[in-house]
Ligand binder design. Structure first.
Ligand SMILES: [Fe+2]
Ligand SMILES: [Fe+2]
Length: 136
């Protein structure tokens, strides 16, 4: 079940700072998957989730700062997606603390799915606007 997502050059959004942060987020998620898929370690899970959320805040703030420099029409919606992903990660990680292996797998699947649908999905919608505004 555990297959890490490997960074590909085609995942680039054309801004080095954002690409670097997207790579670091991927490392956090892959590490979490590797640590937790076979053996549950409550202390480690909570530490890894905290690190991931902390870094996600840093990234979201940076990305929103870039987007605010463009006339991105979906900025508000995009910010809401960021908030929602933090809330969902927290909610699922709380369930893991009280739950079963299935809750743990649910969290891991969510994070992997989030990376695919957000970073490799909706984040790509802003690329033309960054380009049109000469932001690199
Ligand atoms: Fe992003
Ligand atoms: Fe985003």
């Amino acid at each position: 079940m555990y297959t890490p997502i490997e960074w590909q050059d085609e995942y680039s959004v054309g801004v080095k700072e954002l690409d670097d942060q997207h790579k670091i987020l991927l490392d956090f998620i892959n590490t979490l998957l590797k640590e937790q898929v076979n053996e549950y370690n409550a202390a480690q899970l909570s530490e890894s989730v905290s690190s991931l959320i902390h870094y996600a805040y840093v990234h979201f703030a940076t990305e929103e700062r870039y987007l605010a420099q463009t006339p991105f029409p979906d900025l508000k919606q995009h910010i809401l997606e960021h908030v929602d992903s933090i809330m969902k990660t927290l909610e699922l990680s709380l369930k893991v603390k009280e739950g079963t292996k299935n809750n743990r797998l649910e969290l891991l699947e969510y994070l992997k799915g989030w990376y695919s649908s957000h970073v490799l999905g909706i984040d790509r919608l802003y690329i033309p606007l960054l380009q049109a505004n000469g932001i690199k």
